[in-house]
Design a binder for this molecule. Structure first.
Ligand code: ASP
Length: 417
């Protein structure tokens, strides 16, 4: 296991990588980001470093979830407990997402970021239809576990791993033998996570530098009102809502909780993907916050897939913005529809970059708003994606800590350390 001193140093290096990447990217953007500069750096070294780092994270996701969740379920050894934990987790995930989108809609009504917005932007965005709820539920159940793994279908992987873990505990001696193999595998994969983390300062640097070299901050100007409304609600949700819920349900220091979030948050910010951040989230919640593997191995992968408060916030503000920009009035029933669709859409879609826009298209269709309106906000979406993914990951960890504490599966000494 790495010592806490090593971890602190690594955290500092990762933060440093992020700040340096931000500065390098902005400077290159100011210099025009063209010619040899873009060939050698932005599309060369930064692109390559970022892609390799992303690959090293993604390659761990499926094996880590499978092995860790099989061990976790086997350790719970009580199907009733599993049901209770599942109920609490899903309930909290849905409730916080519902809250998030409600705040976002209220902010979009009060601030009215789309009022007077001129529709001159070249709009082009193809929407998708929302899959029927029945379809979403059926799709949770795998038909071939290997296919689910190959396609990275997280909910199907979770169902298979939980069933496998439970069966293992029922299989007596044979189950015990296999469990010890999975426990060893878990140790080995966690070591791989640590190895990959050593590369994180450089990976984070490359990812952030590339985004800011290509995007710059000038794209924000025409959409400043929309951008800052989303940002304000994201910050409010992370700081006020999560702090209050964490304190209320655990009685622990929210400051300590936020302090330990640095590694997952720098990685989620630079990758804009809850899924790719999963190995770091899991490592931090278990090793740094003291949450037992039997809870975290279930709630964290589930959260990366179904809990997207930050994304819901973007959708709430964007819906208000598009309605105002097109001069369309939304009624109370429309707002309720938005809350319901956005919450359910988050269940069926994975946490990968930009998926929030696909979900937004579903929401807009439900309330008959023009889907091509998404073209208006595309310019700032990558930057917002980085921030909202960090809120998504914070939400997963907050709920995980709350559930673990309430079930007595949190080592408080590790948390306070
Ligand atoms: N990138 C987000 C995530 O992975 C989803 C989104 O908002 O697009 O959590």
């Amino acid at each position: 296991m790495t010592s806490s001193m090593d971890m602190k140093n690594l955290t500092k290096k990762i933060l440093f990588g992020m700040v340096l990447g931000l500065m390098a990217g902005l400077i290159m953007n100011a210099l025009g980001n063209k010619g040899w500069m873009s060939v050698v750096f932005t599309d060369g070294l930064f692109h390559m470093g970022g892609k390799v780092f992303l690959a090293s994270l993604k390659v761990l996701v499926v094996p880590l979830v499978i092995v860790s969740l099989i061990c976790g379920t086997a350790a719970l050894d009580d199907i009733k407990k599993l049901g209770r934990i599942g109920g609490k987790t899903v309930g909290l995930y849905l409730a916080t997402t519902g809250l998030a989108i409600t705040f976002a809609l209220i902010a979009s009504i009060i601030i009215a970021p789309g009022e007077g917005f001129s529709l001159t932007t070249d709009v082009a965005f193809q929407g998708k239809d929302a899959p029927p709820l029945i379809e979403v539920l059926i799709n949770i159940f795998p038909t071939n576990p290997f296919k689910s793994m190959v396609e990275g279908k997280m909910l199907q992987i979770i169902v298979f791993a939980v069933l496998f873990g439970l069966s293992m505990t029922m299989a007596g001696e044979a189950g015990k033998r296999i469990l010890s193999l999975f426990k060893d595998l878990n140790e080995v994969i966690m070591k791989m996570v640590m190895m990959m983390m050593l590369f994180a300062p450089l990976g984070v640097f490359c990812l952030v530098a590339k985004v800011f070299a290509t995007q710059g901050l000038s794209a924000i100007l025409p959409l400043a009102k929309y951008f800052f409304t989303v940002l304000a609600v994201l910050v409010f949700h992370a700081v006020v809502v999560y702090t209050s819920l964490f304190k209320l349900f655990t009685g622990l220091s929210a400051r300590q909780f936020f302090k330990k979030l640095r590694n997952p948050l720098t990685v989620s910010f630079s990758t804009a993907s809850s899924n790719a951040t999963l190995p770091v989230t899991l490592e931090t919640i278990e090793e740094e916050m003291g949450v037992d593997n039997s809870i975290a191995s279930f709630t964290i992968p589930l959260g990366a897939t179904i809990n997207m408060d930050g994304t819901a916030i973007m959708q709430g503000v964007a819906t208000g913005f598009i309605a105002q920009a097109y001069g369309i009035d939304l009624g109370m029933s429309d707002y309720l529809m938005v809350i319901l669709t956005a919450t359910l859409a988050s269940v069926g879609t994975a946490g990968v970059p930009g998926v929030g826009l696909i979900m937004l298209a579903m929401v807009l269709k439900q309330v008959n708003l023009p889907v091509e309106g998404i073209g208006l906000i595309l310019g700032v979406d990558r930057l917002l994606d980085m921030v909202r993914t960090s809120v998504n990951v914070t939400g997963d960890m907050m709920v995980t800590a709350v559930v673990a504490k309430s079930e007595g599966y949190m080592n408080l000494e590790t948390f306070e350390d």
